[in-house]
Design a protein around this ligand. Structure first.
Ligand code: HEM
Length: 509
C-alpha cells in the first residue's frame, strides 16, 4: 500500500503545482459554442474537461456535433487519459456487437464502481456471461414478471395515487423526482428482499440509502473525469467527494444487512399472496457467490439498474408532458377506451390501468422512447480497448484507450434524427398510420444498450413506466412550476440537479 501511495505522489504533486495555470485555463476554456476543446501544452484537454464538468452531456454533444460524431481527447502525460468519444452508430455497432470482445468495460471501470465489484455492471467476459444468464433466468420467469407487475400496480394504487390525490386536494407543489425515487426504490428493494422499505408511505421516512446510491453515481462521474491516481489518492486521504462516497458505502452496507434481516421474518403480501424475493435465489447455492461482499455487490447493482433508470426517466417524462398538453391529450385518447370500461367501478373517481391493459398501447410506448432518446438515464457508456483496432469511421484506437460512447449525444444528432432532433415528438416513433412502432436498431437508439449486454429489464421498465404515467395522466392535470432551473446533475445517471417541482389538479370526469 505505501509503495502505491508513493507512486501516485509525483502525479498528484504535479497536478497541485498546476493549480494556478489550471485555474487560469479553467476560466478561459469553458466551451459555450460549437468550438472544440483547446489542446493546451502539457495539460492538453484536461482544463476543458474540468471546466465543463457541470454540463458534460451538452458539452459532449456540442463537441461531437462539431467534429463529425467522433473526437479524440487526451489529458496530461502519465495520467492515462487517452479518450475516444463517439456517438456514431457504425462505431457503436462495432464496439457493442461486431467486435464486442475487444471492448470490455475494463479494470478502471470496475475500480470506479468498487461498491459493485463483481456485480454484473463491473465484469466482462465469461464471468459476465454466466452472471447475466442467471439474472436473465429470473427476470424472464413468468412468476417474477407476475410478482413485479402486481406489486407495481399495488404500490401505485396504495401509495402513489393517494399521495397524488392529497397533493392535488391541497394544491401543494412537490418535487416529483424525489417521489419517483422513493417509489422506484421501494419496488426495486421489494423484488430483492420481499420487503417494502416504505420510502413512499404515509410517514415518508428519511431516504438515506436512496441518497447513498445517488452519491455512488455522482462520485462515479467525478472519478470518470479525474486522473485515476488523483481520485485514488483522495480516497486514501479520505477527502473531498471520496469522503462522501465512503460514508455512502457505509450506509448501503448497513441497509443491505438490515433488509436481509427483515426479509427473514417479514415478507410482503398482496392479499394472501407472498411476494418472493427471487433475484438472488440462483446465486444461493453457487460456490462462486458465497462471499458477503459479492452478494452485496449484486444487490446494489440491481438497485442501481432497477431504481435509478426508471425513476429518472419518469421525472423527465413529467417534465415534457407538462410542456406538451397535446401529447397529454393523445395519451388520454389512447387510454379512453380502457377507462370507459372501468369508470363505473373506480374507487373515488380514480382509475388505475393494469399492466395487461397498457401492454399494447403504442402511443404511450412512443412517449417513453422519445423521452429516452433525449434523456437516456445512463447517458454515457465507458469501454476499454483490448487490442489496437480501426473503427468503421476510420479512427484508430489503441490498446488501453478509453472509449466514451455518448448516448445522449446519439439522440441529438441532426444527421441521425433530422432537423427537428431536439424537438420532443413521440410521433417520430410511429408508422404512417400511427398503429405501429417504427423499428429503430439498438445501435442507433442506445438507451437500453446493444448487443450481448442489452438491458435485461427493458420490458419490466416499460411496464412500470406505463403504469405510473397512465394512472397519473388519466386522473390528474400536471403543471410544471415556472421559473425552475432544469439541468442534469453531474452524475452517471441523468437526474435533474434541482429536482422537478410540479402541481397536480384532479381531473373532473
Ligand atoms: C428506463 C429504464 C432502463 C434503462 C434506460 C436501462 C438501461 C440499461 C443500460 C444502458 C444498461 C447497460 C449498462 C452497462 O452495461 O453499463 C443496462 C443493463 C442492465 N439493466 Fe437496464 N435499464 C432500465 C431498467 C432496468 C430495470 C427495471 C432492470 C431490472 C428489472 C434492469 C436490469 C438491467 C440489468 C440486469 C443489466 C445488466 C445487463 C448486462 O450487463 O449484461 N434495467 N440497462
Amino acid at each position: 500500500m505505501p509503495i502505491l501511495f508513493l507512486q501516485e505522489l509525483p502525479i498528484y504533486t504535479l497536478l497541485l503545482l498546476l493549480v494556478p495555470p489550471l485555474y487560469y485555463l479553467y476560466t478561459r476554456a469553458s466551451c459555450t459554442s460549437a468550438e472544440l476543446p483547446t489542446n493546451w501544452p502539457i495539460l492538453h484537454m484536461f482544463p476543458s474537461l474540468v471546466a465543463n464538468r457541470h454540463n458534460m452531456h451538452d458539452y459532449c454533444t456540442r463537441v461531437l456535433a462539431g467534429s463529425g460524431r467522433n473526437f479524440r481527447a487526451h489529458g496530461p502525460p502519465g495520467t492515462g487519459m487517452r479518450f475516444f468519444l463517439t456517438c456514431d452508430p457504425a462505431n457503436v455497432r462495432h464496439i457493442f456487437t461486431t467486435n464486442y470482445a475487444n471492448f470490455p468495460k475494463g479494470e478502471e471501470f470496475a475500480a470506479i464502481f468498487d461498491i459493485m465489484s463483481g456485480g454484473i455492471f463491473t465484469i466482462d467476459g465469461e464471468p459476465a456471461r454466466r452472471q447475466r444468464a442467471k439474472i436473465k433466468g429470473v427476470l424472464s420467469s413468468p412468476q417474477f414478471l407476475d410478482n413485479t407487475a402486481s406489486y407495481c400496480l399495488h404500490k401505485t394504487e396504495k401509495n402513489l395515487l393517494p399521495f397524488f390525490t392529497e397533493m392535488a386536494s391541497v394544491g401543494t407543489p412537490f418535487n416529483v423526482q424525489e417521489i419517483m425515487s422513493r417509489f422506484m426504490f421501494d419496488l426495486a428493494a421489494t423484488s430483492l428482499f420481499g420487503v417494502d422499505p416504505g420510502l413512499l408511505s404515509s410517514d415518508m421516512p428519511p431516504m438515506d440509502a436512496a441518497r447513498a446510491l445517488d452519491t455512488v453515481m455522482e462520485v462515479g462521474f467525478f472519478r470518470h473525469i479525474m486522473p485515476t491516481s488523483c481520485w485514488k489518492l483522495m480516497r486514501r486521504l479520505n477527502i473531498g467527494p471520496e469522503r462522501k462516497l465512503s460514508t455512502a458505502h457505509g450506509v448501503l452496507r448497513r441497509f443491505v444487512v438490515e433488509m436481509l434481516d427483515r426479509s427473514k421474518s417479514n415478507k410482503c403480501h398482496i392479499g394472501n399472496e407472498h411476494l418472493h424475493a427471487d433475484i438472488m435465489s440462483p446465486f444461493h447455492n453457487d460456490p462462486d457467490y458465497t462471499n458477503d461482499e459479492l452478494s452485496r455487490a449484486l444487490i446494489i447493482s440491481y438497485l442501481v439498474a432497477a431504481r435509478d433508470t426508471v425513476a429518472t426517466t419518469l421525472t423527465w417524462i413529467f417534465y415534457k408532458l407538462g410542456q406538451n398538453p397535446n401529447i397529454v391529450s393523445n395519451i388520454r385518447n389512447e387510454l379512453s377506451p380502457i377507462a370507459s370500461r372501468k369508470l363505473a367501478s373506480s374507487a373515488g373517481g380514480i382509475v388505475i390501468f393494469e399492466p395487461t391493459e397498457t401492454k399494447s398501447l403504442v402511443y404511450l410506448r412512443a412517449v417513453l422512447y422519445e423521452t429516452l432518446r433525449l434523456y437516456p438515464p445512463a447517458a454515457i457508456e465507458r469501454k476499454t480497448v483490448a487490442t489496437n483496432d480501426i473503427m468503421p469511421s476510420g479512427h484508430k484506437v489503441h490498446s488501453g484507450d478509453t472509449i466514451f460512447i455518448c448516448i445522449q449525444s446519439m439522440g441529438r444528432m441532426e444527421g441521425m434524427w433530422g432537423k427537428d432532433c431536439l424537438d420532443y415528438k413521440p410521433d417520430r416513433w410511429l408508422s404512417e398510420d400511427g398503429n405501429k412502432l417504427r423499428y429503430v436498431p439498438s445501435h442507433k437508439f442506445l438507451a437500453f444498450n446493444s448487443g450481448p449486454r442489452l438491458c435485461l429489464g427493458k420490458e419490466i421498465a416499460v411496464m412500470q413506466m406505463k403504469t405510473v404515467i397512465a394512472a397519473t395522466v388519466w386522473n390528474f392535470d400536471v403543471q410544471v412550476l415556472e421559473g425552475q432551473s432544469i439541468e442534469p446533475k453531474s452524475s452517471c445517471i441523468l437526474e435533474m440537479k434541482n429536482g422537478l417541482k410540479i402541481k397536480l389538479k384532479k381531473r373532473a370526469m
